[in-house]
Design a protein around this ligand. Sequence first.
Ligand SMILES: [Zn+2]
Length: 130
Amino acid sequence: MSEFPQPDITEINKPFWDGLNNGELLFQECTNGHRWMPASDFCPHCLSNIFKFKKASGKGKLISWVIYNKAHHPAFEKIIPYNVAIIELEEGPKMVSNVLCEKEKLIPAMKLMLKIEKINGLSLAKFLPL
Ligand SMILES: [Zn+2]
């Protein structure tokens, strides 16, 4: 089996990955209260570079998704078909992840709960239907 692709961990996104390793999903919030994901060294709304990482509750809802029926990387051949979804966290930021259920059970705006899974040594934020 091909090696599972690894994220590019940088000084900016390291707190996010460290958070997952500690069982926490982190997003960023600037001093003006804007919240965002993925990690960036400035706020995408007001461009402030003064921010902190905050812990998400883990609750969210499904905004949209696609189903992959073809593996675009050999490491994914065993898991097709799988979904790639946009999930809006209860706190507002949106993230790309997977919903751990059959594609027939995916419903727009369905409520979801974080489930951190360790896959090939990497902690990943996935979501389960509530
Ligand atoms: Zn801001």
